[in-house]
Design a protein around this ligand. Structure first.
Ligand code: ADP
Ligand code: ADP
Ligand code: MG
Length: 658
């Protein structure tokens, strides 16, 4: 077994590989760009080597620097992760020539599967069903147009060297063919340096189902069942699951059999995925799937397979690379329950999934509720240099329903602030009827995008909870309920994010009412009781109705996640709100997180309503805190110069005489 390996990747996959290596007692070497000097994958490894500036072409794609790093640190093998150099046969060869082991398939297998057209020919010969289409040498536009006619519209033009959905264009009728061809060619040329295309029949109601295969150097090839990755946006996977909904023993046998034949046909070793496009217009059929491509590497969504089999695929990869035999035979590979993976991205679903960047001012991922694979931590910055994936949330359950329940809970309990994410979109998606029924095809997200990104309606309970949380009136367990704040009503203006650069204002009035809080809003008046169950999980009771929700608080904002909806509020004018809640009360609390600049009073001092008692600096501005009523200072709870949290008690008055 290797004593040390180098991980030629970054982000979550580098962290994930390091975790298994550590468990196997193998030392790890990270490589990193200048932008990643303090990235999580560097912290996750025993050693780290800088390999160049931020752009991937100057760092993570620099094969020679990575090989130098391996030699300099004495690593015996290189794990390429996914993306980057993982499917580059020249790199696999260079690793071997340097006397090191490539933790992946032989270069010849990568090469055989590298081009979609050449691999399809090979697969046809191996008796694997292939999508009807033209995948020959002739690239004349008129000839290709003729082929498209012959295949029958709609067709899909694909870059032979394609990946990640790039260089792909659907054409519905002959009139659109020439323009689509030009587009696909130019995108292929700029993304892959190779403008060859192939034409395929566009499969109606397509589902994407892929088979995980594994082979060793001793002639053993097995499959680890299938994954359904039909929930896609712009040909990119968003949610993956295993096993595939509606799978039957007969179809599984046909599909996994074809996948194993595909792997054997190219002399495969290690982990690989054979992707099939599937006719989803009815139930799955043994003759209703066609080979699309083989990904000759570990796949992003491999954790769902790990969840249902209980196996560690990275451990298997390392063992196979070390010439060991596969740990299990086909009939020993378990299949337990159902697993889902959701990809949390820094992107804006409402703006056509445009990638977002920025600093993650808050990142809470509930690793007690689901498996979390991530490569960033709170405080890290999502940069434009790399893939904007923040984390993968992997939920496992006894059956499909249980897996979905676990995923719903994990997503609601998660919070990310500072960067636009697809979290709210994911919460909607896992509750979508088509997704829940397992009848989704790859077009579902595109068709229902408006509903999946719609702004949710607020309820009086949302407004009460948000208003109380933002003004420091919500008390954590065991003090169930609301902090008493005198008897007066509090008028607040809440701002709520409703879309890209869009907000909505809610005016509300909060009143204490017998241990409950009464909220008056445009939606009417209602009384609520709130109790913290644990952490961000709260229970809100309104009359006979009790609901649970997650309440996420950060500097000046509060996010409520409930029923698959996520609402973020902040106070339009925090200082006005602070005065409102202080009115008639006995205490002065920090309206915002900030620094106490000065304190003007000491215990025993008499004060008059409106006197300035303290000055705070928050959000680069000074704010005066005034006496809510006439009275005597009972307590000064802070010193000047200290940093205080929002809602922290600063000054208390002696109780007013009755
Ligand atoms: P999957 O089916 O596993 O999502 P993709 O082919 O879409 O496979 O790509 C897998 C991952 O590899 C992507 O999420 C992305 O992070 C990375 N990737 C894809 N293409 C490139 C590329 N050209 N350069 C760097 N990384 C890439
Ligand atoms: P990439 O290398 O970019 O991953 P694939 O060939 O794997 O390209 O296709 C990516 C996605 O495009 C599939 O998951 C599927 O959603 C869609 N797709 C590919 N081929 C077809 C087809 N013949 N008919 C319908 N949809 C297809
Ligand atoms: Mg693919």
């Amino acid at each position: 077994m290797f004593s040390k390996i180098l991980i030629a990747n970054r982000g979550e996959i580098a962290c994930r590989i390091a975790r298994t290596a550590r468990a196997m007692g193998i030392a790890t070497v990270a490589v990193h760009s200048e932008a990643d000097a303090r990235a999580q994958h560097v912290l996750a490894c025993d050693q780290a080597v800088a390999i160049g500036p931020a752009p991937v072409s100057d760092s993570y794609l620099k094969a020679d620097r990575i090989l130098d790093a391996a030699k300099a640190t004495g690593a015996a093998a290189i794990h390429p992760g996914y993306g980057f150099l993982s499917e580059n046969p020249n790199f696999a060869e260079a690793v071997a020539e340097a006397g090191l082991t490539f933790i992946g398939p032989p270069a010849s297998a990568i090469r055989a599967m590298g081009l979609k057209d050449a691999s399809k020919k090979l697969m046809e010969e191996a008796g694997v069903p292939v999508t009807p289409g033209y995948h020959g040498e002739n690239q004349e536009p008129d000839f290709l147009a003729e082929q498209a006619e012959k295949i029958g519209f709609p067709v899909l033009i694909k870059a032979s060297a394609g990946g990640g959905g790039k260089g792909m264009r659907r054409v519905d009728d002959p009139s659109g063919f020439a323009a689509a061809l030009t587009f696909a060619r130019s995108e292929a040329a700029s993304s892959f340096g190779h403008d060859h295309v192939l034409i395929e029949k566009y499969i109606q109601n397509p589902r994407h189902i892929e088979v995980q295969v594994f082979a060793d150097a001793h002639g053993n090839t097995v499959h680890l069942y299938e994954r359904d990755c039909s929930a896609q946006r712009r040909h990119q996977k968003v949610i993956e699951e295993a096993p595939a909904p509606g799978m039957t023993p007969e179809v599984r046998e046909a599909m996994t059999g074809a996948a194993v034949r595909a792997a054997q046909a190219v002399g495969y070793q290690g982990a690989g995925t054979v992707e099939f496009i599937v006719d989803g217009s009815g139930p799955l059929r043994p003759d209703g799937f066609w080979f699309m491509e083989m990904n000759t590497r570990l796949q992003v969504e491999h954790p769902v397979t790990e969840a249902i089999t209980g196996l560690d695929l990275v451990e298997w990869q390392i063992r196979v690379a070390a010439s060991k035999t596969l740990p299990l035979a086909q009939d020993q590979i378990p299949l337990n329950g159902h697993a889902l993976e959701a990809r949390l991205y820094a992107e804006d679903p409402a703006r056509d999934f445009m990638p977002a960047t920025g600093r993650l001012t808050k990142l809470h991922l509930p690793d007690a509720l689901a498996r979390i694979d991530t490569g960033v931590a709170e405080g890290d910055t999502v940069t434009p240099h790399y893939d904007p994936m923040i984390a993968k949330v992997i939920a496992h359950g006894r059956d499909r329903g249980a897996a979905f329940s676990a995923m719903e809970t994990a997503l609601a309990a998660a919070d990310a602030q500072g960067v636009t994410t697809n979290l709210a979109f994911l919460e909607r998606l896992v509750r979508h009827d088509g997704v829940r029924a397992g009848t989704l095809d790859t077009g579902l997200i595109g068709r229902d995008l408006a509903a999946l990104t719609a702004t949710p309606e607020t309820t009086p309970a949302d407004l009460a909870l948000a208003g109380a949380a933002l003004t420091g009136l919500l008390t954590p367990a065991p003090l169930a309920g609301w902090r008493p704040w005198g008897t007066g009503a509090t008028h607040l203006e809440l701002t709520r994010a409703t879309g890209p650069d869009q907000v909505e204002i809610d005016e509300i009035t909060l009143r204490p009412a017998d241990g409950q809080i009464a909220v008056e809003s445009a939606g009417g008046e209602a009384c609520h009781r709130a109790t913290q169950i644990c952490g961000a999980l709260w229970q809100v009771t309104e009359g006979a109705r009790t609901r649970q929700l997650y309440l996420h608080q950060t500097n000046g904002t509060v996010t409520i996640a409930r029923d698959g909806h996520r609402l973020t509020f902040w106070l339009t004018d925090p200082m006005a709100a602070a005065e409102a809640t202080a009115h008639g009360g006995d205490s002065i609390a920090a309206p915002l997180p900030g620094i106490v600049k000065s304190l003007n009073v000491s215990p025993g001092d008499p004060v008059t309503a409106g006197d300035i008692l303290a000055v705070m600096e928050a959000m680069k501005m000074e704010h005066s805190l005034t006496a809510p009523r006439d009275g005597v200072i009972a307590e000064v709870a802070v010193r000047a110069g200290v940093q205080v949290e929002e809602g922290a008690l600063l000054i208390a008055l002696e109780p007013a005489d009755e």
